[in-house]
Each structure stands twice: as structure tokens, then as C-alpha cells.
Design a protein around this ligand. Structure first.
Ligand code: AMP
Ligand code: MG
Length: 411
């Protein structure tokens, strides 16, 4: 079989011509976490909504305590308490004060708050030992965001702090582009669930754990379906069941030319899925197309864990980011000096595991492990993929290479 290999960029372009941003939805705040806004959000009331106290203390008229000092305290009768949430309509008359808690509305008549620590803490009357100006310790209505102001722009990613702001302005739902729902399943009759005993010839299914986590890290919602045996009927039924909840389906295994390559067998019959030999290593066999009534994008990735992961990074992640409507869709790539010589097959783009570090202010990448696409331990010890172009076969130690940075770690 010597047909020409499909270039990596051509395969990615085919994928990106099929997937587009998902349609926007109204979602509750918890469901909107890690989505992207599709509306400009304006506050409908001032933030804070009313003048309130920044401290526990006493609401006073500043002019009444102008002469207060540590040596000569001014004593004012306390006419009542205003707690946060309190609706008691006290008015502070000249010469009087009200005890007030943080966040409580400033009573009419008062124009300053004396913090508790500048007083004797009295209940019926209070000795105030400090003069303050009008407005002291008052948080003004609208100082954070005036009523009607734009607080978030369309295109903003909603993380924890943005959700907090939306709640603060009283929103319980927002218009967003939802996170794509990715269904992940592993094909292979040799696979067993991690934690189950292994008989000869069996291995734990590592791909579905890996790809589910990778999909979540890419911003998607992921459903790990797990193992499907190499039986065409079971695979066809599982796909049909899963299509209901999927915006994307990712399978691994069964895309080569072996007798039990069920993904290829089943998917060649349904939808528009094509199986290509892509000019890359690892990850040469790739299936992609759409299936089902909604033309759900389908990725049939190779079974070796490193191949599956590299294929995910190169093809699936950009597609998921495109669906989310976020930029950039590609991982950040930097140039780094490679510490050891590299070999790469002619005509294929190689993705080699590496450890990227900064030494004396410059990026340096150290290759990790050998090139075998079953070597998941060295994958787990990497933080980057070294990308060697199609036309390069021998890279000398010390040369500059392109490095794709993977998920940042706490190290
Ligand atoms: P396949 O593409 O189905 O021929 O699988 C290629 C290689 O990857 C075989 O050695 C499989 O046992 C292995 N493999 C396939 N799927 C998985 C998986 N989910 N977890 C771990 N290894 C797998
Ligand atoms: Mg298989």
C-alpha cells in the first residue's frame, strides 16, 4: 500500500470545515461555568445597590464628631441597630447615632461610619475617639458598576469570578455558547475496566480515561462510555444510543487494517466517515466524518494510547475549541533548543514526547523516552510535544525545534 499520505494540515482543515461554534443557549450560572458569553451583559441596578457600611461601627453625622480625638472623646446616644439586611427605617438626627454592621444600608441623616475600634463599643451611648470626614467607611451605590453599565462583553470566558459578578448583578441565567458534549469510547475486546483483574492478553482501557480528561481540559463536557468489544453490532448499537447526548463522538482503536478493526468496518457503512492515512507519527490512521441525523462529528482515533492522545491534541482539541468559540484553538507553540539529537521518518510530521524547561532565560527541551506509541509512561512524564516537520529526518543536538506546550502543571 503505497498511496500518498494525507498531510496533517489538510486533515485538520477538513475537520475544521465541518465543525463550527455551537448555537448559543440560555443556561443557569452553574451550567454556564467555562462557557463563553454571547451577549453583552449590563447591570440593571447599581452595584452595590445602595450606600452601605464598609465596617462594623456607628453611623453618624460627621459634623457632630468633628472635635473628637483620643484625648477627648465625643459621646453620642445610640438610637438603635442596623444589621445587614435590616429594613428598620432609622433616621439619624443631629447629635445621635445608630450602631451599624458591615453591608447594612446607611440610614438617612448619617454621612459617615465610625469603625468600632475608634470607639468604646457602647450600646446605649458611645464614646467616639476620632473625627472623620463625610463619606468615611461608606461604600457608595454604583461605585463598582453604575446601573445600566456594561459589566461583561460577549466573547468573555466565564470562570469563577465572572460567575460571581453575574450573580452580584442578579443574573441567574446567561446567554452563552455551551460546552460541547463529547462521548468517549474505547473499542477492543482485549480491554478491561481499570481495577478489574487481568487475564492473559487483556489490558486495562487507558484511552477512555485519558481522552475524557483531555476533553475536559480542552473545555468540553465529557462522557466516558468506556469499553466496546470488537463486535460490529455492539458498536453500532452503542453509537446509536450515544448520539442523543453527543456533540462529538470519539472512539479509539479499530481503525487500522486488521480483521477486527470494527470501527472502520461499521463507520464505513454509516454517515460520511472517511479513513485516511495521515502523514504523521504517531497517529497515521485517522477516521473522521459526521454520523447520525444531526451530522455529529465523529473521530475514529488509533488505539495505541500515545497515538490516541497525539491525535486528540492535533485534531480533536482544535475542533472542540472551535465549537466552544474560543481562541486560540491551537496549543501554544514555542521554539526551544533540543538537548539531544532526534530522528524522524521522512515525509511524516513527528510528535515526540519532551520536557520543556527554561534555562538561563531560554526554552530547552529534553526528549522523554523512545518513540513507541504504546509507551504511555513516557507520555505521562512529558509536558510538551516536540514537532519535527515532514522534511526533517535528523535533528542535531542544540538545534532549534518547535514545541507544543501541553497542560501546565504545578511543578
Ligand atoms: P487497535 O488500533 O485497535 O489495533 O489498537 C492498537 C493497540 O492499542 C493495541 O495494542 C491495543 O491493545 C491498544 N489499545 C487499543 N485501545 C486501547 C485502550 N483503550 N487502552 C489501552 N490500549 C489500547
Ligand atoms: Mg483494537
Amino acid at each position: 500500500m503505497s498511496e500518498a499520505l494525507k498531510p496533517v494540515d489538510a486533515h485538520l482543515a477538513d475537520i475544521l470545515s465541518v465543525v463550527g461554534p455551537l448555537s448559543a443557549l440560555d443556561l443557569t450560572l452553574p451550567d454556564a461555568h467555562h462557557t463563553v458569553l454571547t451577549e453583552d451583559v449590563h447591570s440593571t441596578f447599581p452595584l452595590p445597590p445602595f450606600d452601605n457600611s464598609a465596617m462594623d461601627g456607628y453611623a453618624v453625622r460627621a459634623e457632630d464628631i468633628r472635635a473628637a480625638s483620643p484625648e477627648s472623646a465625643i459621646v453620642l446616644p445610640v438610637v438603635g441597630d442596623v444589621a445587614a439586611g435590616s429594613t428598620t427605617p432609622y433616621t439619624v438626627q443631629p447629635g445621635l447615632c445608630v450602631r451599624i454592621m458591615t453591608g447594612a444600608p446607611i440610614p438617612p441623616g448619617a454621612d459617615a461610619v465610625i469603625p468600632l475600634e475608634d470607639t468604646d463599643g457602647g450600646i446605649a451611648q458611645v464614646a467616639i475617639r476620632k473625627a472623620v470626614g463625610s463619606g468615611h467607611c461608606i461604600r457608595r451605590a454604583g461605585e463598582d458598576a453604575p446601573s445600566g453599565s456594561e459589566v461583561l462583553k460577549a466573547g468573555t470566558h466565564l470562570g469563577a469570578t465572572q460567575l460571581g459578578l453575574l450573580a452580584a448583578i442578579g443574573r441567574d441565567r446567561v446567554h452563552v455558547r455551551p460546552r460541547p458534549r463529547v462521548v468517549v469510547l474505547s473499542t477492543g475486546s482485549e480491554l478491561v475496566e481499570p481495577g478489574q483483574p487481568l487475564h492473559l492478553g487483556q489490558i486495562p482501557d487507558s484511552n477512555s480515561a485519558l481522552l475524557t480528561a483531555a476533553a475536559i481540559e480542552a473545555g468540553a463536557i465529557a462522557y466516558r462510555v468506556g469499553i466496546v468489544p470488537d463486535e460490529p453490532g455492539v458498536l453500532a448499537d452503542t453509537l446509536e444510543d450515544q448520539l442523543i447526548r453527543a456533540d462529538v463522538i470519539v472512539t479509539t482503536g479499530g481503525v487500522s487494517v486488521g480483521t477486527y478493526d470494527v470501527v472502520k468496518e461499521v463507520l464505513s457503512r454509516i454517515g460520511t466517515v472517511k479513513f485516511d492515512r495521515v502523514a504523521m507519527q504517531p497517529g497515521m490512521p485517522q477516521g473522521f466524518g459526521t454520523i447520525g441525523p444531526d451530522k455529529t462529528p465523529f473521530f475514529g482515533l488509533p488505539g495505541n494510547p500515545v497515538s490516541a492522545y497525539v491525535s486528540f491534541e492535533v485534531f480533536v482539541r482544535p475542533a472542540l475549541r472551535r465549537m466552544l468559540g474560543v481562541e486560540p484553538i491551537a496549543r501554544p507553540t514555542v521554539r526551544a533548543r533540543v538537548t539531544e539529537p532526534l530522528r524522524s521518518p521522512p515525509g511524516k510530521r513527528s510528535f515526540l514526547r519532551g520536557w520543556l524547561a527554561v534555562e538561563e532565560g531560554a526554552y530547552v527541551v529534553r526528549p522523554v523516552g523512545a518513540a513507541g506509541s504504546h509507551l504511555i509512561a513516557s507520555l505521562a512524564a512529558s509536558n510538551a510535544l516536540i514537532v519535527v516537520p515532514e522534511n526533517a529526518t535528523d535533528i542535531e543536538a542544540g538545534s532549534a525545534v518547535s514545541v507544543m506546550m501541553l497542560e501546565r502543571r504545578h511543578q
